[in-house]
Write a protein that binds this ligand. Structure first.
Ligand code: PGU
Length: 425
């Protein structure tokens, strides 16, 4: 009897203690379930699907003609050289590996660029393109004296919005793509620039616009540059596809270099994810063009403080690979040949897709499949049609109708054409 009483008391105490612990540690009860990522979430869904014909054409990652991930042979060679050097694993400097930063700036601006000759560029290693944009966002939030608004093209890479929001900037859009004509809405773009408040920030994709594959012409870039200057806008270029369109690194950087020649003090995000296929290595660079070497020193000091607080210093391996390739004439030549190979395979898949759609009997106009540039095709499919492609054909793509042509192979392009025709006829 006595023992029973004690046990009851102990039990009660335990419950009380447990309840009080529970009460104080219910920290996350108001955390709501977030939606899957609109791009990377597709891979999660794709991985769960067991259908033999399933296709993941949602994520912008280059695959070989059999749909397998492709490691560039120049990357394999660079890795062999690095392995042979038995390098240490010490921390990189806060701003990253100096040689990598130099080579990245040369790649973007050209070795003879006046900004490099006069040390006007502050180029730091970044955690890939996303990290470069995020660092740029933090720099703008903290130091840009103008408005904290960043203007993005209406239709842009989906992650631009959360990256800049997370940086504390306000997002507005400018007209870019005309869905009727499937071309650049140049008049709308110029009109919107004309209406922007002075000293705002405007983001451009310098080549292979994601998701539309529609870029301004050289003449249009010149006009844009003049309009931007009239409004004293700060230009942030997000260059994710240099070399991916033509295989010519200089040609694909033409818009960035035009702005440099016209004395714009731009910001630039670069990534080696696509162009060297270094997706998972998370390697990129961020540049601020300044007005003097002294200003450059001050800007670098503040970037280092921001980096230190965000991730301390960047990883080594991807930077070492890119540096080996960029500093060797032989490997750079091999790299550009391999870039050309990737660009050509994408163009040939575009042609096969269009032919396939015609063979299926589609009477729609599919010219844009061929005319758009870069990794993506902005098909014009609506969310309902996209849903049907996924449900009926096990094809995963973004609800905005964007497909990564670079992830389609000769073995499944006809299946894709058949499926697209079925949902659009
Ligand atoms: N900027 C643009 C225009 C991009 O398309 C991408 C990647 C990035 C920056 C960032 O690339 P990093 O991998 O951080 O270097 N866009 C791809 C990749 C998947 C994703 O959304 O991250 C895409 O599918 O749009």
């Amino acid at each position: 009897m006595y023992i029973k009483k004690i046990t009851q008391i102990l039990r009660k105490l335990e419950i009380i203690t447990y309840a009080s612990v529970r009460r104080t540690s219910d920290w996350w009860q108001n955390v709501s379930l977030g939606p899957p990522d609109p791009i990377l979430g597709l891979t999660e869904a794709y991985n769960l699907n067991k259908h033999p014909k399933k296709m993941n054409i949602g994520v912008g990652g280059y695959k070989d003609d059999e749909g397998k991930p492709y490691v560039l042979p120049c990357v394999r060679e660079a890795e062999a050289i690095i392995a042979g050097k038995k390098m240490d694993k010490d921390y990189a400097p806060i701003q990253g590996i100096a040689e990598f930063n130099e080579q990245s700036a040369k790649l973007a601006f050209g070795g003879e660029s006046y900004v490099i000759r006069n040390s006007l560029n502050v180029t730091v290693q970044a955690v890939s393109g996303t990290g470069a944009l995020r660092l740029g966002g933090a720099f703008l939030k903290n130091f840009f004296p103008g408005s904290k608004i960043i203007y993005l093209p209406s239709l842009t890479w989906l992650n631009h919005v959360p990256v800049f929001k997370h940086s504390g900037l306000d997002i507005k859009t400018y007209k870019y793509y005309d869905p009727e004509t499937r071309t650049l809405d140049f008049c709308g773009l110029m009109e919107d620039i004309g209406n922007m408040p002075e000293n705002s920030v405007i983001l451009f994709h310098p080549i292979a616009h994601n998701p539309t594959g529609v870029d301004p012409t050289r003449e249009q870039w010149v006009e844009i540059s003049h309009a931007v200057k009239r409004k004293r806008l700060l230009v942030f270029f997000d260059m994710a596809y240099q070399g991916f369109v033509t295989g010519d690194l200089d040609a694909d950087a033409a818009s960035v270099r035009l702005f440099i020649d016209e004395c714009h003090h731009i910001l630039l995000a670069q990534t080696y994810s696509k162009v060297m296929g270094l997706y998972g290595e998370r390697i990129g660079a961020f540049t601020v063009i300044t007005g003097s070497e002294e200003e450059a020193g001050r800007v670098l000091s503040q970037l280092k403080i921001l980096i230190r607080a965000m991730y301390a210093n960047p990883p080594l391996h991807g930077a070492r690979i890119a540096t080996e390739i960029l500093k060797s004439e032989k490997l750079t030549k091999q790299w550009t040949d391999e870039l050309k190979g990737m660009a050509q395979r994408i163009i040939s898949i575009r042609q096969k897709l269009k032919q396939g759609l015609e063979r299926e009997g589609s009477t729609r106009n599919w010219d844009h499949v061929i005319s758009q540039r870069g990794m993506f095709c902005f098909t014009g499919l609506n969310p309902e049609q996209v849903k049907k492609l996924t449900e009926d054909f096990h094809i995963y793509l973004n609800t905005n109708g964007r497909i990564s042509i670079a992830a389609v192979g000769s073995n499944n392009v006809d299946y894709l054409a058949h499926a697209i025709h079925q949902v659009t006829k």
